[in-house]
Design a protein around this ligand. Structure first.
Ligand SMILES: NC(=O)c1ccc[n+]([C@@H]2O[C@H](COP(=O)([O-])OP(=O)(O)OC[C@H]3O[C@@H](n4cnc5c(N)ncnc54)[C@H](O)[C@@H]3O)[C@@H](O)[C@H]2O)c1
Length: 269
């Protein structure tokens, strides 16, 4: 039975994907430090940390693809980012290799290239790293691991530089950067089913009217076609936050708020 291991299966994106990646005859194995709500008959639960090599290797047994979402999903102190996001992502890739899993899909982030200036939009696929935070550095490191595990060991390894994946857009920036839950489902499904993709780096965003900040060429080459548009929520977002102001420094770089001077682990403590 095809089995997909989802690390961070109890988190925001993991919970979105559970419903959207369910298929007859497909098992979703959900790994997290927190158990998921109400697992269904085609779901298996593993409570473990992505930093635990023995547990990860066991969780990878008989798996057709790993979707690696688990970890710290925003800026944090260096030690924590290093242990969970950097060492944890190494552990996930190496466990996949040890268990013979052919494919890993890694949730990278726009923050791997967050300091790309607006003048360089649309940011090309494979844009050179410009991380905006320790968190962004951990995503760059994950992409480097993906590249190495592909070239050295032959794993198919896809890095998705996700922009803003939330139930709905809630800020002016998200009118440009939103990835809807349904489009996220389409994107990850494309990554699961693309034939021998090799090593890829692709952006994850919906078809937002105010978008065009990043290339979608590589995502489309994988078979993704976005259908949703944050514009459907523009009136309510603008009523709550005002119209987007292009001179707001939050629009100077792809990474938005994460590029602001106060947005570092020291200040966020
Ligand atoms: N949501 C977004 O807009 C967005 C954008 C870019 C990238 N991403 C990335 O996508 C992934 C999922 O994001 P999310 O929004 O669902 O985040 P989230 O914080 O809701 O989920 C992360 C999950 O990882 C789990 N986790 C934390 N430490 C763990 C560990 N040591 N071992 C196993 N599981 C652990 C948490 O319990 C949580 O359920 C993250 O890697 C994040 O960096 C998200």
């Amino acid at each position: 039975m095809p089995t997909i291991l989802i690390t961070g299966g109890s988190g925001r994106i993991g919970s979105m994907l559970r419903q959207r990646l369910a298929r007859p005859g497909r098992i979703l194995r959900l790994l997290d430090i927190t158990p998921p709500a109400s697992p269904g008959p085609d779901e298996e639960v593993v409570v473990a940390s992505v930093t635990d090599m023995a547990a990860m290797t066991e969780a990878c047994a008989g798996v057709d693809a790993v979707i690696h979402l688990g970890g710290v999903s925003g800026e944090g102190p260096w030690d924590k980012i290093m242990e969970i996001n950097i060492h944890g992502t190494y552990t996930v890739f190496d466990a996949a290799r040890r268990a013979g899993v052919p494919r890993v899909i890694f949730a990278s982030s726009n923050h791997a290239v967050g300091f790309t200036p607006r003048s360089a939009f649309p940011v090309p696929d494979y844009a050179f790293p410009a991380p905006d935070t320790y968190y962004g550095v951990s995503k760059v490191t994950g992409e480097a691991l993906a590249s190495m595990y592909h070239h050295r060991y032959g794993l198919d390894a896809i890095c998705l530089r996700i922009l803003s994946c939330f139930e709905r857009p809630t800020t002016a920036r998200m009118l440009s950067t939103w990835l809807s839950p349904d489009d996220a489902g389409r994107l990850f499904e494309a990554c699961l089913t693309a034939e021998r993709p090799g090593f890829r780096v692709a952006f994850g965003v919906s078809a937002n009217t105010r978008g065009g900040w990043v290339s979608l060429d590589e995502a489309r080459a994988l078979g993704y076609e976005p259908r949703d548009d944050a514009e459907d929520y523009a009136a309510e977002v603008i009523a709550a936050h005002g119209a987007p102001d292009p001179d707001d420094p939050v629009f100077a770089y792809l990474g938005g708020e994460f590029t602001r001077p106060g947005y570092d682990a020291e200040h966020l403590k």
